[in-house]
Design a protein around this ligand. Structure first.
Ligand code: FES
Length: 141
């Protein structure tokens, strides 16, 4: 492992141990529960919009899962704060993967995008926009 990978690993571990945005929003404007069918791990996402009904004012998550799924969701809550629902609903997963910064196997990739996919579903549901094709084979509630 090179120095950079080591650094990224430490950042991931820190997000896992001290998740940002962990919790529940009681009166969320958008929310969804997602489950990774491979392992059964779950993430619930809650979003509150600003006064314009479009800007992501607050985002929280709860759930249980592996370090990558929880850390990636924690990173995500920081990434999307202040951005618009429309923009985030079509966010390229590469942006999150860059933030994670270490190469991931296909199985781990599903862990990494669990929170992102759940967030996108929450936003599409709230906005009444159709879910994009192939948004992920999550089990939805
Ligand atoms: Fe379940 Fe990673 S092993 S989300």
């Amino acid at each position: 492992m090179n120095e950079f990978e080591q650094m990224y690993r430490e950042v991931i571990l820190d997000h896992y141990k001290n998740p940002r945005g962990h919790g529940v929003l009681e009166h969320a404007d958008a929310e969804a529960d997602g489950q990774n069918p491979l392992c059964g791990d779950e993430v619930s996402i809650y979003v509150a919009f600003g006064e314009d009904g479009e800007t992501i004012d607050e985002v929280k998550f709860s759930g249980r899962g592996c370090a990558i799924s929880q850390a990636a969701t924690s990173m995500l809550t920081e990434m999307v704060q202040g951005r618009t629902a429309t923009e985030v609903a079509s966010l390229d997963k590469e942006e999150l993967l860059e933030e994670i910064g270490i190469p991931l196997t296909p199985v781990r990739l599903k862990c990494a995008v669990l929170g992102l996919t759940t967030l996108k579903i929450a936003l599409h549901k709230a906005k009444g926009t159709p879910l994009p094709e192939g948004i992920g084979d999550l089990e939805l509630n």
